[in-house]
Write a protein that binds this ligand. Sequence first.
Ligand code: DHB
Length: 306
Amino acid sequence: MEKFEINLAGIKLEHFIMNAAGTCKTLGGTEGVKRLVNSNTSVIMVGSFTLEKRVGNSGDVYDTQKGLFSLNSMGLPNPGADYYRKYLPEMVKTAHEKGKPLFVSVAGFTPDEYAELASLSLKSGANLIELNLGCPNIWEGRQQKHIACFYPLIVEEILRCVEERVGEKAKISVKLSPFSNPSNLKDVAQVIERSELVKAVVSMNTFPNAFAYDESGKPLITPGGGLSGLAGPAIKPIGLGQIKQLRAFLPDRIDLVGVGGIVTAEDILDYLRVGAKAVQVATIFLDRGVEIFNELLFELSDKDII
Ligand code: DHB
């Protein structure tokens, strides 16, 4: 439907709803590109992927308390750069044949790795690269890895390295975690604004290190002693507040993509009202499957789009 069309980071989209990273990582299989292209998502979002293959965390890594929240600690499971070097071109072709752009989310452990993964993905024909600066669930023994987006100097270095490799014209977005300190959010927004590289900001990742017990009194999630990323409806007010702040901090040339706790069409309209141009869904997509895009678009069909 024409009223849903948008231009995101210079890319024309049929509408503004797409899957969030973490929900599609392979060409085939139940969470693969070949399945997702037959849905009504506006973009195929693949990843996040890392340089080395990762099996991910073990034990109970995802739990959804329907209607309230979900917790996860996947640990970035993905088949690694060699797989994407081989299969990304076919993923891109599969998406483009259905008229859908393909975006790729990458997660480096060093600025150079981000540059390498972004470059590989662009060479394979991906339309936009999302730098995942906010994965909270990487544990080495009891030590949790730093979450890049909370360190403006690290973000600056990642952007510098990526720009050096792919050039400032490349279509790059960054994905941030939820911030509780507004000054820290402003600091990172200033770093993003100073770089000509970033065309969109995706907000937000899961809220780090949340915790819940199951009915039997054991932690709902196994890795990290149960500390895990919070998603779903519980984080929507944080998501809206962060988009509202980012819209005030960042220039108009940088588009915003809202993600966090979307269940209904009204949730989407709320994100658009506070300044998002598009939205991503993960929890409801994982809970309810590929039909969610049709359902949300149907719900939106008789509404005025902001
Ligand atoms: C994971 C990665 C993320 O970026 C996130 O927000 C939540 C979970 C993960 O793979 O564990």
